[in-house]
Design a protein around this ligand. Structure first.
Ligand SMILES: *Cc1c(COP(=O)(O)O)cnc(C)c1O
Length: 426
């Protein structure tokens, strides 16, 4: 066998082996179901489609069109909206489509600041900068880990943005959209909700329902709390056909050519499974996050927003400045096979040496863990970061805990057959 191929295969095998013994707690990740994973290997991944079903620029899309129409219908049903676009190939690309559709260079957009949990795509040196929008940040209430409602209403009235953008990557509490409705009206702005992290919670009836609370458009990733393929989605319930056309054109020809048809098909499986299992899954994710927050705090961790119940989502922000900082602690966790990431907290200035660690419960929940296991997870984390036990020793107990949680739940086929066929998870 070719050495390079053997090398790459071996690394991937080792990765699978490692992750099968680990606690995956990155708040933006998840595992897809066996049935959805099969779609990723289908011939759809070798083909091209551009434009909309029935109006393509390539031949060969007969069945692709059938699938895409069904995936769109599933998304519109799950999110109760008039318009779903399943072509953005990631959350960032869905965001670029909105920039393209709704903003012109020099226009004012309001958004959450990076240090307050916003995503890089809303920053000047990210996607927002590519459209050269003039970005103004909301005031933030650190205690509540949320935008300050009164200050934000005033800001919207003062700067009258073209677009008011919301949504975060450290997204602990629902955005108070309903309280800002009058301000949106007075500012005459479009309201854009980036729900990348919480798409699965929204679809499962948790967190909030942005389209009913004033959002004109939602963008999101389909692989965070929505446990689908790495892909993006754009939703709107607008009855204004011109507005919807602008969004559609923002996606194609704006920022997408071929839209990764295998991922689009896999997303359809995920949406169908979420219609069936999403309510239970989303509810358990949030219960687990609250339980983990409590269990970490009771073991001496400083978990943000303790007074407000730590979180209403899948995510927690933990201040580990006194334990060595986010970089050192997340590295120690990794040595114990607890996979997290260092994260900026609101008062941080350095993204290389931030004082926080961000964790999410969506993937552990997907693997079948519940509140009791959250206490065990918190204890393992405390042994590494607080008791400073050798991470390698803790890793053995991490693997022990993980042994009983090796299959994907909240989907039609929770067995391991499809995974075995794909040489995943042993
Ligand atoms: C993750 C994230 C994105 C980007 O998603 P990708 O699918 O990784 O491109 C956009 N916005 C927010 C708020 C996110 O957290």
């Amino acid at each position: 066998m070719n050495d390079d191929i053997a090398f790459i295969e071996e690394q991937v095998d080792r990765h699978h082996d490692w992750f099968s013994k680990s606690l995956p707690m990155i708040a933006s990740e998840n595992v897809i179901s066996p049935l959805a994973r099969e779609m990723l290997l289908s011939d759809f991944g070798d083909r091209y489609a551009e434009g909309l079903p029935g109006e393509r620029y390539y031949q060969g899309n007969v069945f692709v069109d059938e699938v895409e129409r069904r995936v769109v219908a599933l998304a519109e049903k799950l999110y109760r909206c008039r318009h779903a676009d399943v072509r953005p190939i990631s959350g960032t690309v869905a965001n670029l489509a909105v920039y393209y559709a709704l903003l012109e260079p020099g226009d004012i957009m309001t958004s959450v600041a990076l240090s307050h949990g916003a995503h890089i795509s809303s920053a000047k040196f990210g996607a927002a900068g590519m459209r050269a929008v003039n970005n103004v940040n909301y005031p933030f209430d650190i205690d509540r880990m949320n935008i300050d409602v009164d200050g934000t209403a005033k800001l919207l009235r003062d700067v009258r943005p073209k677009v008011a953008a919301f949504g975060q990557s450290v997204f602990l509490f629902p955005t108070p959209l309903k309280d800002l409705r009058d301000a949106f009206q007075e500012a005459g702005c479009s309201v854009w909700y980036d729900g990348a992290h919480v798409m699965g919670l929204i679809a499962g009836g948790q967190f909030q329902d942005p389209l009913r609370e004033g959002a004109d458009v939602i963008t999101g990733s389909t692989h965070k709390t929505l446990p689908g393929p790495q892909h993006g989605i754009l939703l709107s319930d607008s009855a204004d056909e011109k507005f919807v056309k602008r969004l559609q054109k923002g996606v194609f020809p704006g920022v997408v050519s071929n839209h990764h048809l295998h991922a689009m098909a896999a997303l359809g499986i995920t949406l169908a499974e979420h219609l069936e299992f999403g309510r239970d899954y989303a509810a358990q994710i949030v219960k687990n996050a609250k339980a983990l927050g409590g269990a970490l705090a009771s073991r001496g961790f400083t978990v943000l927003a303790e007074k407000h119940g730590f979180t209403e989502s899948h995510a927690l922000a933990v201040d580990v400045a006194s334990l060595g900082g986010g970089a050192a602690v997340s590295l120690a966790f990794e040595k114990a096979n607890i996979i997290t990431n260092k994260n900026l907290l609101p008062w941080d200035t350095s993204s290389v040496k931030p004082s926080g660690v961000r964790v999410g419960t969506q993937e552990l929940t997907r693997l079948g863990m519940r509140e009791v296991q959250m206490a065990e997870v918190a204890e393992l984390m405390a042994r590494v970061a607080i008791k400073k036990e050798a991470p390698e020793r803790v890793a053995a107990d991490v693997a022990e805990l993980r042994k009983d949680f090796s299959t994907v739940h909240f989907c039609f086929q929770s067995g391991v057959e499809a995974h075995k066929r794909l040489r995943l998870f042993g």
